[in-house]
Design a protein around this ligand. Structure first.
Ligand code: S3P
Length: 419
């Protein structure tokens, strides 16, 4: 995809439904007793993996992704291995779900997912009684023989919503109490849904505790994905002639760290929460702004984990130094997001320094333009597509169809706002 310099970035746009909440809704409604109705599920490559896997396991879905009736799955054994594609959330959360289900289950994924660490879920789930074997001990493909689980206590060395959720989804199927403590709070969508679906759950600061629970069906609508919204918002802020409005977007505190950071850097962004159950939802308005450099340390990382590469782009336009440290987890995402961010910026004429656990950019700099690669990573494809309209000569992104993992229609949305 070739993205040209743009004169203006303006418009009111809709962003796709939240990916994290969509995965959880598909799984947790299938675990509940009764018929749930979920409006506005994300239909993207990642969430289709979860949908199809549960289908293979006896899932009960009626309707479309705009309004779906989800009844209890039968959780029959699948005769085929279950394909998680590129989706870490599918692999890790389903490992938690399947640990409590009788039968033999095999999870596998694409090349990127097959290189991502699974030890972080394998080890706690084994401790709870699941029998799991994996390639080289902790890589996909992974075989899970599920069954009776016992509750146990887990202290995570890295904050991770996927690991926490895998343990909690196993925990509601286990005898006794299961507890997870994180070093910093990660997104709490699983906890909110568990609470709304009547599970026995208590949350205090960085510790979550669950007991064996029956989940009740639920009716709710999934808000827009704030991680997808982050791209057009950043573009409007960084462009000299920008204003973008996005309505009905999720404003969960565990997800809005990047927007709060941009505001701290001087961005003119308004966020207004209009509705709050089971997730806060509202409107964001973002306008062109002059930014100043900022330092991001490890405590802020979980609330902006998927937006960290966007901070490098903000740093290119900000006055002074912008530094991200304590973000070693970025190397374990859909790509090594530190390395590919740095390499791609250098290809379009930006000077940027790579650290083991982050990066530093000295601004302001102009983006000349050139050719970059997404390395099959959706968020990298979107990040460097923003560099085009902000550049002097345009940017070509190869493997750009990776955007379909979370934001089908991304390029159409970009075309709408870039004039
Ligand atoms: C996700 C959690 C995050 C995030 C991922 C989705 C989730 O990962 O990077 O895109 O849905 O739970 P970790 O919190 O596990 O790092």
């Amino acid at each position: 995809m070739r993205l040209l310099p743009s004169k203006k970035v303006v418009g009111e746009i809709a962003v796709p439904p939240d990916k994290s909440i969509s995965h959880r809704a598909l799984m947790m409604c299938s675990m509940s007793s009764g018929v749930s109705v979920v409006n506005n599920l994300l239909e993207s490559e990642d969430t289709l993996r979860t949908f199809r896997i549960i289908g293979e396991l006896g899932g009960n879905f009626k309707g479309g992704f705009d309004r779906m009736e989800i009844s209890s799955a039968s959780w029959k054994e699948s005769l085929r291995p279950l394909d998680c594609g590129n989706s870490g959330t599918t692999a890790r959360l389903m490992a938690g779900v399947l640990s409590g289900k009788e039968g033999f289950h095999v999870l596998f994924g694409d090349d990127s997912l097959s290189g991502r660490p699974m030890e972080r879920v394998v080890s706690p789930l084994k401790e709870m009684g699941a029998s799991i074997s994996a390639r080289r001990d902790s890589l996909l493909p992974m075989c899970i023989t599920g069954g009776k689980l016992r509750g146990s206590e887990h202290s995570l060395s890295v904050a991770s919503a996927q690991v926490k959720s895998a343990i909690l989804l196993a925990g509601i199927q286990a005898e006794g109490t299961t507890a997870v403590t994180e070093p910093h709070c990660s997104r709490d969508h699983t906890e909110r849904l568990l609470h709304s679906m009547g599970a026995k759950i208590s949350v205090s600061n960085k510790r979550v505790e669950v007991e064996k629970s029956e989940l009740l069906p639920i009716r709710f609508s999934i808000p827009g994905d704030v991680s997808s919204a982050a791209f057009p918002i950043a573009l409007a802020v960084l462009h000299e002639n920008g204003k973008v409005t996005i309505r009905e977007v999720g404003l969960n505190q565990g997800r809005t760290g990047f927007l709060r950071l941009l505001i701290k850097m001087g961005a003119d962004i308004e966020m207004e929460v209009e509705e709050s159950l089971p997730e806060p939802v509202g409107t964001i308005v973002a306008r062109s702004s002059r930014l100043i450099g900022v330092e991001v340390g490890s405590d802020l990382i979980p609330s902006m984990i998927d937006e960290l590469p966007l901070i490098a782009l903000a740093g290119v336009f900000a006055e002074g130094t912008t530094t991200v440290r304590g973000a070693g987890e970025l190397r374990k995402k859909e790509s090594d997001r530190i390395s590919v961010t740095v390499q791609n910026f250098r290809r379009i004429g930006v000077e940027i320094l790579e650290h083991e656990d982050g990066f530093s950019v000295e601004g302001p700099q102009r983006i000349t333009g050139g050719k970059v690669d997404s390395y099959g990573d959706h968020r990298i494809a979107m990040l460097f597509s923003l560099a085009g309209p902000l550049s002097r000569e345009g940017v070509e992104v190869t493997n750009s169809n990776a955007v379909n993992v979370s934001f089908p229609g991304f390029f159409k949305t970009l075309e709408e706002v870039c004039q």
